[in-house]
Design a protein around this ligand. Structure first.
Ligand SMILES: Nc1ncnc2c1ncn2[C@@H]1O[C@H](COP(=O)(O)OP(=O)(O)OP(=O)(O)O)[C@@H](O)[C@H]1O
Ligand SMILES: [Mg+2]
Length: 461
């Protein structure tokens, strides 16, 4: 990375200023903070690649800022600065939390420059690797769409029909973990575009102000950060498929531009004057009801109608219980190979538990439950004791939820599934003290899905 966005957090104003000047001169974009609160504010509002972070700040420990930074962006590079040379413990702790390196004060400026350059190089390589991996994943779904229940057969039929159309946009609707992304990849794979790029973008994961340039690209100098020309996903996906995940997160102001690009297959880069013609199919996914959002004025009606031409609704797993056991079998076979096990079947009572459970996290949850089971199972049959508590003991789970502090009412039978979900998410968030990464992990959902749900239920982190 020749030009990075840096944040320098240092309460010594002179040092802070010196460092900022040094890195501005080498072409980086630098912002500074003299305390932890300011640093957190900047981390939340500006896209930062690298942080130079003092371990001891006036209002909080640098470690807290480090944790916060990693929470906002797990890929962010953080270099700690510490004055306490004779006590390596805080620095070691910081490395554990994910700091890239640390510098002991006083340091030479050349030394800082070197560590920063190393960190940026590593970040650049990582990004390249994950881009390639993602591309590969996009090109070859590792799992085939599985399940022969009536709804799944219907869905496969629909996929065949839309795959045959050259450019029809598709909207995939379904709860978290129902397989929306897998369906999107399948559409691409079954279509004539299969050898062409499949470019996924998660609208919920990209800061609002960056999404437009991510989609359509920008010319050099289009805005302060635009140091070089950048091609957008629509250009990169030419002749292939763009997958817009969590399209409900797209701010309304950007929606007409997307609509126009879809209808004309022509767009301009930000700051550009030339029309760019492409041939792209859009597949979009959402776990919110866009129709409802239109009524609330949160999603544009014209774009909604455009997307609605072809909708694939993925029913929750609890509404296609016939798929549970075949899917469980599929995941057992996969995990047998991965963990070198030889589990040949599922005991009757374990089967019953799998079929009775409500699967709020849908196929993703089932997949994780089976993986865990395969790891725990020493014999060749999956038994109830290899399944998590919540499957074995619906009642105690229910009781725990009802006893939780934010339960809406103690008349438990009156809680809707949605309320249960809300209560459960809040409890898990409480348990992990608002740490979204850990909460999302425990809930078996992605961080962006968690954020989406927190917004939906108006939950505090
Ligand atoms: N019908 C299926 N057959 C095989 N695997 C499936 C099926 N449906 C989902 N999966 C697997 O379950 C996991 C979750 O699926 P996917 O990521 O597509 O869900 P999603 O609807 O996009 O979830 P989210 O809303 O949380 O992003 C993936 O590992 C996927 O491969
Ligand atoms: Mg998804």
């Amino acid at each position: 990375m020749d030009s990075a966005r840096m944040l320098i957090v240092e309460d010594n104003a002179d040092l802070c200023h010196t460092l900022a000047e040094v890195f501005r001169k080498s072409g980086h974009k630098v912002v500074t903070a003299l305390n932890g609160a300011e640093a957190q504010r900047l981390l939340k509002t500006s896209a930062i690649d690298l942080v130079l972070l003092d371990l001891r700040l006036p209002d909080m420990l640098g470690i807290k800022v480090l944790e916060f930074a990693k929470e906002v962006d797990p890929e962010i590079m953080v270099i700690m600065m510490t004055a306490v040379a004779n006590d390596p413990r805080p620095a070691v702790e910081a490395m554990k939390v994910g700091a890239f390196d640390y510098l002991t004060k006083p340091f030479e400026l050349d030394e800082v420059k070197l560590v920063v350059a190393k960190a940026l190089e590593t970040a650049g390589l990582k990004r390249e690797v994950s881009r390639l991996k993602q591309q590969q994943r996009g090109q070859f779904p590792e799992t085939e769409l599985f399940g022969d229940s009536a709804p799944m057969q219907e869905i496969k039929n629909l996929i065949k029909i839309v795959s045959d159309t050259p450019r029809t946009s598709v909207l995939i609707q379904g709860e978290s973990g129902t397989g929306k992304e897998l369906v999107a990849k399948t559409i691409h794979q079954w279509s004539a575009r299969q050898d062409k790029p499949f470019v996924p973008i998660n609208c919920g994961a990209i800061p609002e102000n960056l999404l437009e340039s991510e989609l359509f690209g920008h010319e050099k100098g289009a805005f302060t950060d635009a140091k070089a020309l950048k091609k957008g996903m629509f250009e990169l996906a030419d002749t292939g498929t763009v997958f817009l995940d969590e399209i409900s997160s797209m701010r309304p102001a950007l929606q007409p531009k997307l609509l126009r690009a879809l209808e004309t297959q022509i767009f301009r880069r930000i700051g550009g004057t030339a029309d760019i013609q492409v041939d792209v199919r859009l597949v979009a996914a959402t776990n919110r009801d866009l129709g409802e959002m239109v009524k609330l004025g949160e999603f544009r009606e014209d774009l909604y109608y455009r997307l609605k031409v072809m909708v694939i609704v993925l029913p929750p797993l609890r509404e296609r219980i016939e798929d549970v056991l075949p899917l469980a079998q599929l995941f057992i076979e996969k995990n047998n190979r991965e963990f070198n096990k030889n589990i040949t079947g599922i005991a009757d009572d374990a089967e019953a538990l799998l079929r009775e459970y409500q699967w709020p996290g849908n196929v993703r949850e089932l997949k994780n439950v089976i993986e865990r089971g395969v790891i725990l199972c020493q014999g060749n049959q999956l038994k109830p004791e290899h399944l998590p508590m919540e499957l074995r003991d619906e009642k105690s789970r229910h009781a725990a939820v009802i006893a939780a502090p934010i339960t809406a009412t103690d008349d438990d039978a009156s809680l809707s599934l949605e309320q249960m979900e809300k209560v459960h998410i809040q409890n898990v968030l409480n348990k992990f003290k608002g740490n979204k990464s850990r909460a999302a992990k425990a809930l078996n959902i992605s961080r962006s899905t968690l954020r989406e749900k927190m917004r939906l239920y108006e939950l505090a982190g």
